[in-house]
Design a binder for this molecule. Structure first.
Ligand code: PEP
Ligand code: MG
Length: 295
C-alpha cells in the first residue's frame, strides 16, 4: 500500500468527488532538503525554525542563508516559514525562561518573541531579505498567537525592519504575514485577525482544548484529535477563512495522518501540510475520500 502511494506521490491530490486539495510539506530539519524531491508537494506549509537555534542564536546572515536555500529548494512553490516557537515542548537555552511554573501556558511562541525583540528583529530582517528574491511571495507565520494585538505587534516590528533595510539599501520585501491558529481563543475569533492566512496547529490546539499536555503519555487518550470540540474549532476556522477569503491550512500532526484525512476534508479543509514521510500516504487517503457528508 505504501509502495503504491509512493508511486503517485508526485501527482496532485484530488478527492474521489473531484475536489482539488493541496498537500504541503513540513520542514523541521535542513538535512531533509538534500534528499526530498519538492515535486511530491505543493510547497512548504510549515518550517520549524527552532533547529536554527540549537547552538545559540544564529545571526542574520546564517538565517538568510538557510531561508534562501529553502526557497531555492521549493523551486517556485509557496514557502511558509514560522518565526521562532521557543518554549513549552521546545525549550531553547538562553532564550526560554528557566523554571517557569507552567511553560505551556507561559512565555512561549510569539509571547517570547515580543519579549525578546533582539532575537525577533534579527529573524524578521533575515526573512524580509529572503522575501526579496523569492519567486512567489514568502509567507511568514507567527506561532501561539492568542489575540489580534500580538499579530499586529509582530507586523509593526516587521514593517519597521523592512523600512530600516530599505534605508540601508539592502534588498528586501514585506512577506505575507499569517497567524497560526493553535490557541482556542484564536480559533474562536479567527475572523478578528488581519491575517494573510491561517495555519491550524492541531498539536497545540488539541492540547489546549482538552487540557492534556502533548508531552504527557498519561493523558494521551484524552488528547484526542477527534474530540468533537477540536473538530468544531477546525471547522469554525475553515469557515472564518472562507468568509474572509483567507486561506486555511493545517500543519499539525493531524494532517500527517491518512486516517484523519476524510474527517478533515469534511470539516472543510483543503490545504494539508504533512511530514515529508507521510505526504504520499496522505495524498492516497485524500484520493479515496469524498468531501460530502455522505462520503
Ligand atoms: C502544532 O502545534 O500543531 C504545530 C504545527 O506546531 P508545533 O508542533 O511545532 O508546536
Ligand atoms: Mg504548535
Amino acid at each position: 500500500r505504501r509502495e503504491a502511494a509512493e508511486r503517485h506521490a508526485r501527482e496532485p491530490a484530488e478527492t474521489a468527488d473531484g475536489v482539488a486539495v493541496k498537500v504541503l510539506v513540513n520542514i523541521d530539519d535542513p538535512a531533509i532538503l538534500e534528499t526530498l524531491d519538492p515535486a511530491i508537494c505543493d510547497g512548504v506549509g510549515l518550517t520549524r525554525t527552532e533547529f536554527l537555534f540549537k547552538d545559540g542564536s544564529p545571526d542574520e546572515a546564517a538565517q538568510l542563508d538557510f531561508y534562501r536555500r529553502l526557497i531555492a529548494w521549493a523551486d517556485g512553490r509557496a514557502v511558509t516559514i514560522r518565526t521562532l516557537d521557543a518554549g513549552g515542548d521546545k525549550p531553547i537555552p538562553g532564550i526560554t525562561i528557566d523554571g517557569e511554573a507552567n511553560p505551556f501556558l507561559g512565555v512561549r511562541g510569539v509571547r517570547l518573541s515580543l519579549a525578546r525583540p533582539d532575537v525577533f528583529r534579527t529573524q524578521l530582517r533575515a526573512l524580509a531579505r529572503a522575501a526579496a528574491d523569492a519567486p512567489v511571495p514568502l509567507k511568514v507565520m507567527v506561532p501561539m498567537v492568542t489575540v489580534p494585538a500580538e499579530l499586529e505587534a509582530a507586523r509593526a516590528i516587521l514593517a519597521e525592519e523592512v523600512a530600516r533595510l530599505e534605508g540601508e539599501g539592502i534588498p528586501c520585501a514585506m512577506p505575507i504575514l499569517g497567524t497560526m491558529i493553535e490557541v482556542p481563543a484564536a480559533a474562536l475569533t479567527a475572523a478578528d485577525f488581519d491575517a494573510g492566512f491561517y495555519s491550524i496547529g492541531s498539536n497545540d490546539l488539541v492540547q489546549y482544548v482538552t487540557a492534556s499536555a502533548r508531552d504527557n503519555s498519561a493523558v494521551a487518550a484524552l488528547a484526542d484529535p477527534l474530540n468533537p470540540a477540536v473538530l468544531e474549532l477546525i471547522a469554525r476556522t475553515v469557515a472564518a477563512g472562507a468568509a474572509g477569503g483567507v486561506e486555511v491550512s493545517l500543519c499539525g500532526d493531524m494532517a500527517s495522518s491518512p486516517r484523519l484525512a476524510g474527517t478533515l476534508l469534511k470539516a472543510g479543509l483543503r490545504v494539508f501540510s504533512a511530514a515529508p514521510a507521510e505526504v504520499a500516504a496522505v495524498k492516497a487517503a485524500i484520493r479515496e475520500a469524498r468531501t460530502g457528508a455522505d462520503g
